[in-house]
Design a protein. Structure first.
Lengths: 41, 512
């Protein structure tokens, strides 16, 4: 589903952080073009 | 070697509705980019009165008049179900009004930067005169004040205004003509942080009947930075706060780590006392103006009061073992290391389960976990969810994975080992530390045996690293046994025996 897609990953400090999302989508063959974790509190 | 204990804790809120509009980043950025927005027009009608802030149940929990679990007995939304007989005076602190606080800012102003109007001082200083912790010498420092025309002139030249119901009553001047780190705006943030920290430290000293000069070291752990253009963040808030609070026997330093800083400070304070470097260490943090009204846009949109209208501040005193106060277990400390990784599971394991495993404890051996205790009534309407609950779910899931609890028992675990969030979203304030005072009360009454204080910090916000951070320490009921000075602990004897056996084994192997 993600193979060949370009991905923008926004992580949540209290949920799933961006580096973790990045690792997951990379293994599914997607390309990360921007990843950042934000703090919403 | 002594065992460090939590001798006292103080929690103070400062109700600052006018600062929401002028110094909170949500409103101040809106002023810059969209000054005529509907949001800004609606803000004043969503600001609470001082009485409403006092009667708000989570605020009563914060200052120690109620325990966190008491919130289960109050119907939500809490802002519609106020506590009629609530008091601004708390068992462990107080709620201070904005006008009183402006004068407290003047008392924390070492460089004559705060100007307050004559009539405002005359009408307000009585509020400080009845407080037991202000001396006559301090009250004299307030002075007579200035003519409003002088203050208006300073504001027209760049000083930052101090307002009460949108009426100018004072200002804060820049401390340098060109230095951005000493600009009027930065000086407001720093004087607010210092002054609110002073009130927390004064409450700690007064309410726990501590001699101010017995405090040997102060660790300040807010999120502000004081310094000039040559050393932004040079410090030292700690010594400045100690000076104004009358802790004449103290020196100190500042510890930073975003929201995790107070938990780091608690570990550091425990270590300094345990090692014997200092007998009495206070940790303190003032409030952050920038975070006032941070989620205000969503609160206004949903027809709620703007609940982020209070500065949060605290102080905790760590001393040598008195045989009564809860012990800080320096041998049960969790830490998120550089190599830990960022997956939620890795984060929680490093902070929660690794220190427990090291000490042969199960997740269920900790009676209460103090995680990030943000009030969900503030965060849920803004889409950030119930942060403490999310943390408890993760701890419970780890417990199931490790076999400490049954999957079907997860909900019970969350209810029994967790608690509702109650702390203001002031960054460093909600993370672990708000429960230290309540934990002390519950440990001393025998209601619980162990509590874990967990601090987590978003280091990536500083754009120096993508890393996250976290640290934890366990508070435990005091057994009543006090170590005699000069005696050797059981752990030290174990260490000596191990060292001797190791040396003997090496001798046998080497045949020397």
């Amino acid at each position: 589903m993600l193979k060949g897609k370009k991905i923008i990953a926004l992580g949540d400090r209290d949920g799933i952080p961006a580096p973790a999302i990045e690792e997951c989508v990379k293994t599914a063959g997607a390309e990360i073009i921007f990843a950042a974790t934000e703090c919403f509190v | 070697m002594t065992t460090p204990v939590v001798k006292g804790a103080a929690y103070v809120l400062v109700h600052t509705p006018d600062m929401v509009m002028h110094y909170g980043t949500t409103c101040s950025v809106e002023h810059e980019v969209n000054p005529n927005s509907d949001f800004l027009k609606k803000v004043p009608e969503h600001l609470r009165t001082f009485e409403e802030a006092v009667k708000y149940a989570p605020n009563q929990v914060y200052i120690g008049n109620m325990l966190p679990n008491d919130l289960h007995g109050i119907e939500k939304p809490w802002y519609n179900n106020l506590i009629d007989d609530a008091k601004a005076e708390g068992k462990q602190g107080e709620i201070v009004s904005q006008d009183e606080f402006y004068i407290a800012m003047k008392l924390s102003d070492a460089f004559d930067l705060v100007m307050l109007e004559k009539d405002f001082i005359a009408n307000t200083k009585g509020k400080l005169e009845i407080k037991p912790y202000y001396s006559e010498v301090e009250l004299k420092k307030i002075g007579e004040g200035y003519e409003i025309a002088d203050i208006e002139e300073k504001v027209s030249k760049g000083a930052e205004p101090l307002l009460v119901k949108d009426k100018l009553v004072g200002c804060v001047k820049a401390a340098h003509e060109r230095d951005k780190n000493l600009s009027a705006h930065v000086m407001v943030e720093n004087i607010v942080s210092k002054a609110s920290g002073v009130i927390a430290l004064k409450n700690l000293i007064f309410k726990n009947d501590i001699s101010a000069d017995s405090i040997e070291y102060v660790i300040e752990c807010s999120e502000e930075a004081c310094g000039d253009m040559n050393q932004r963040g040079g410090g030292n808030f700690a010594k400045a706060i100690a000076e104004t609070a009358g802790a004449t026997g103290a020196t100190g330093s500042d510890t930073r780590g975003f929201c995790a800083a107070p938990a780091h400070a608690l570990v550091n304070a425990a270590a300094l006392v345990k090692s014997g470097v200092y007998k009495s260490v206070a940790i303190v943090a003032g409030g952050a103006t920038a975070k006032l009204g941070m989620n205000g846009r969503d609160h206004v949109q949903k027809g709620m009061p703007i609940l982020e209208d209070c500065l949060g501040t605290f102080a905790v005193l760590v001393t040598e073992n008195d045989g009564v106060s809860p012990i800080l277990r320096t041998d049960i400390v969790g830490r998120h290391t550089v190599g830990t990784g960022s997956s939620p599971q890795a984060v929680m394991e490093s902070i929660i389960t690794m220190p427990l495993d090291k000490n042969g404890l199960k997740i269920t051996d900790i009676d209460k976990y103090s995680v990030e205790m943000q009030n969900p009534e503030i965060t849920v309407p803004a889409g950030a969810g119930d942060v403490p609950l999310a943390n408890y779910k993760m701890i419970a899931a780890l417990g199931v994975k490790r076999g400490d609890i049954e999957r079907t028992a997860m909900q019970d675990f969350i209810e029994n080992h967790g608690m509702p969030g109650f702390a203001p979203t002031q960054g460093h304030i909600p993370s672990g530390i708000p429960f230290v005072g309540a934990a002390k009360e519950m440990l001393e009454s025998g209601e619980i045996d162990k509590a874990m204080i967990v601090g987590k910090g978003s280091l990536f916000l500083g754009r120096m690293t993508n890393l996250f951070d976290g640290v934890s320490i366990v508070m435990e009921r005091n057994t009543g046994k006090v170590e005699e000075a000069g005696t050797v602990s059981k752990e030290e004897i174990k260490g000596m025996v191990a060292e001797t056996i190791k040396e003997f084994a090496a001798f046998l192997l080497d045949g020397k």
